[in-house]
Design a protein. Structure first.
Length: 464
């Protein structure tokens, strides 16, 4: 068993293949039976080599993400925001169209394009441009016979009834940033006068009748570590909750050596809460985390579906962000980081830089001996830069947290896998992963009926 790593975790033994990342979770009684273990290792393909393509291939990406810097202005002054200096320079509609077209032309075989015109400020401060982009995405969807879907994240302060209807008429999906209840949210999220915005945001959310496609983005800091409390509070208003650690130049605000043990304990409490609720048949909480882009949820989803990943994300290789100065970066969070600049609107994507970033994302030599590498994928390049000043360095504190989340996710999959609710969760995870893929049924229908537009088919399906 030289190629198998064994973890003793909370009364269970977790066997992990160093070759391909496959896992088996067993109790102590089974662990004593060596013959049975060897049989399980073979049956679960623990010794199979995994093929890793070291060369970049744009065909790998079914969904391409196109980010646009539509707004640098903001009506809030969040302490942890990394955008301290703001000007009033934003993209024009013509520049936005050119960039959308450029990326689509670069990846013509993608199944779907996600267009994110959030920017580094509050996107609704430039609402007219947002609505123009939304309408243009409809035109592109009809032209391509595939979806170009616009999505934004707003702080929620400007979501009055008129604005909500305008966004929906333009086909723009939107989520809201909120860090928990009033006390947790207001510690770092206030307006420029230092006033609370919590009540205003919640009032706006309550006025939205259909929130089925809405999610909330939670920034995990040192002031809202009670994850169970946060989840229980926000699920009253949002069906999807995504909690992610803060990316900040101030290490005291985020996860650090001084508080990582506390954060791990809070995630363990969240795990115990999810197990308890799920075993009762209350799937609302686990669904909220699996349905979005939650930090813990992504580990659970990958293990439930037995998905292996080679990269942490698709920054700079399947995701691109146009800044207001015309430069293209690996992702919205990378704007201003020279090492993550991958081209320009005038000059296009630099293939040399794109290939370099692909190597950074795939050749994580310092991750080779990590038992979580096939589920984790490595550290975010932006987070690495902020914590170590290098895009390819390992943040040991975040590694410690992610290893803990990986083990909790394995245990969740093992325990819930024995319940009658597992199939429901499994099928929901499959549907979630398909959400941003091309809908082959629509594609086939439009091929057979070229006189019908993509948007007509989409609206008809949503209304039936």
């Amino acid at each position: 068993m030289d190629d198998i790593q064994v973890l003793d975790f909370r009364g269970f033994y977790i066997l992990i293949s160093k070759i391909n990342g496959s896992t088996i979770t067993i109790d102590s009684e089974v662990y004593q039976n060596k013959d049975l273990i060897n049989q399980l290792l073979i049956e679960n393909n623990m010794y199979d080599e995994i093929e890793i393509n070291g060369k970049y291939n744009k065909e790998l990406f079914k969904t391409i993400y196109i980010s646009l810097h539509t707004s640098s202005k903001c009506n809030m002054a969040c302490t942890y925001c990394f955008k301290k200096d703001r000007d009033d320079t934003n993209l024009t509609f013509d520049e936005s169209k050119r960039f959308i077209d450029m990326i689509i032309d670069e990846y013509p075989t993608a199944g779907k394009y996600i267009v994110d015109p959030t920017g580094s400020g509050e996107p609704l401060l430039n609402k007219y441009l947002l609505l123009q982009i939304g309408e243009y995405c409809k035109d592109k969807s009809n032209e391509l016979k595939r979806e170009a879907l616009p999505m934004i994240v707003t702080n929620g302060t400007l979501l009055d009834k008129t604005t909500v209807q305008e966004l929906r008429d333009a086909g723009i999906l939107f989520g809201v940033s909120l860090d928990g209840d009033k006390a947790s949210n207001d510690f770092y999220r206030k307006d420029f006068s230092g006033n609370s915005v919590y009540k205003k945001v919640i009032k706006n959310i309550k006025n939205i009748k259909d929130r089925s496609l809405m999610g909330v983005a939670v920034t995990l800091t040192d002031k809202n570590t009670d994850l169970v409390k946060t989840l229980k509070h926000l699920i009253k208003y949002f069906p999807t909750v995504s909690i992610k650690p803060v990316r900040s130049l101030d290490g005291n605000i985020g996860i650090n050596k001084g508080n990582v043990d506390e954060i791990k304990k809070e995630y363990t409490k969240l795990f115990d809460f999810l197990i308890h609720e799920t075993q009762k048949g209350n799937l609302e909480y686990i669904a909220a985390l699996l349905n979005g882009d939650d930090y813990f949820g992504k580990f659970m989803l990958r293990l439930i579906l037995n998905h292996k990943v080679l990269t942490r994300c698709d920054a700079g290789i399947g995701r691109f962000s146009l800044a207001q100065d015309g430069n293209i970066y690996a992702c919205p969070g990378a704007i201003g980081i020279e090492e993550l600049e991958v081209g320009s609107l005038e000059g296009g994507i630099s293939y040399k830089i794109r290939d370099k970033l692909y190597k950074v994302l795939t050749e994580r030599e310092k991750c080779n001996d990590c038992f979580a590498r096939f589920v984790c994928g490595g550290e975010c390049m932006v987070s690495s830069y902020y914590s170590t000043n290098k895009i390819d360095e390992v943040d040991q504190v975040m590694c410690e947290l992610k290893k803990h989340l990986y083990k909790l996710s394995l245990l969740f999959n093992h325990i819930i896998g024995k319940t009658s609710y597992y199939k429901t969760i499994y099928l929901a995870c499959i549907e979630k992963t398909k959400r941003f893929d091309e809908d082959s049924r629509i594609t086939k229908y439009l091929e057979d009926n070229p006189q019908i537009s993509f948007m007509d088919v989409k609206l008809n399906r949503e209304n039936t």
